[in-house]
Design a protein. Sequence first.
Length: 410
Amino acid sequence: MFHRLILICLITVSLFFPMAHTQEAKKSPFRTVIQALRPKKLKNPRVILPIFHPAKQKIDLSRIAFIPVIDDENDKVEKANTEEFVQTTLQYFVGEPGISVLDRKNTKRLFEEINFTKSGLVEEKNAIKYGKLVGASSLLLMDVIRLDTEESGTSDTVNGKIRYKCTTRVTLKATIQAVDISTGRMLAATTVEFSKSSTNTGDEPPSCPPTGHIRSQAFSEAAKSIKKHFLPWTESRNLVFFNGKRFNMKEAYYALESKDYAEAWELMSDGLAEAKMGGKPKFTSQAYYNMAVMNFSRGKFQLALRLLKQAHNLHPDSIYREFQSQIRDVLKLEAIREETGNENPAFSYYDQFNDQESKIADSRKELGLEENILRLKKLRDNGTISEREYITRRDKLLDDIMEPKEGDIQ
């Protein structure tokens, strides 16, 4: 019986701990099952936030006329290229809110009659004069200065077999100059340049792709670039949002997912306050980071940057450095927006957030003065608001209490 027990023990040990020096030794099937059941490391979920890109040049686009800059020296091909560029570009402006694109037939006939673009060089006073004639708020003067097509053939040997390639490349270079009729300004010309290519492959030397489709792609890319130059646009950024069990992070993530931004804000504010009271550096830094994301989503980029710095100081992480870089990019865009005077219509996400926060604020008017001041202190202590903002809000609460209500003795 004793020998049988020892044998069972040896078999068990050999199953779980195979001999390292035996090359033929295989892993224990029990260990394989355990490893399969062991949960894989989960990635942190991500939230999608919009980034607003302001227009680089602000002009009145309420009634816009697209004008090809063509003179007598242009040959038919150059004229056709410029006309195609104009037609492609204006399509990206048609249908935009608040923008009316003037009919090309009418403007073309009038500008040909008055020989507006004969010299290919437009003087500011003439541009403004003729812009007023057609009732335009702005002119966009467009000129294709280069449109090259290049075909090239190559071959490669893959696994002992020759593969042939033929590539068609189209390079477009064009200028566009805006004239704001309403302000009497001619803006600096902008140059756009795009190169598009397509390749055919085969066991025998193939023919190169036709030029037409590639030309259209080059024109479209240039047109999109021009639209982004004169109109604001948005892009989405995919950011990590920690959803651990500590400091309300999981609950805040679910609130964000359901677009309850105000609730997410409250949860993370309370979570960060709790983390500051003695949380481990790693998880406290995650709470700081999440709060930075929340402020970023509200358009408070400088505050987000400060919170992110605190997170990085507590527990450095590449995620923090990546987000810091994105915030700095947005701050550059904000500087452009302020410089050009563009408004920020694309901040609807932030408006939703702040609207919900306002509703919560309204619901709290019924709370006692002491509780409201305590909440303000919590926001100040966790870095959400500055000392100055805390004092301003506190004084406003006190003023509201002191204001006489309807029916009070004056």
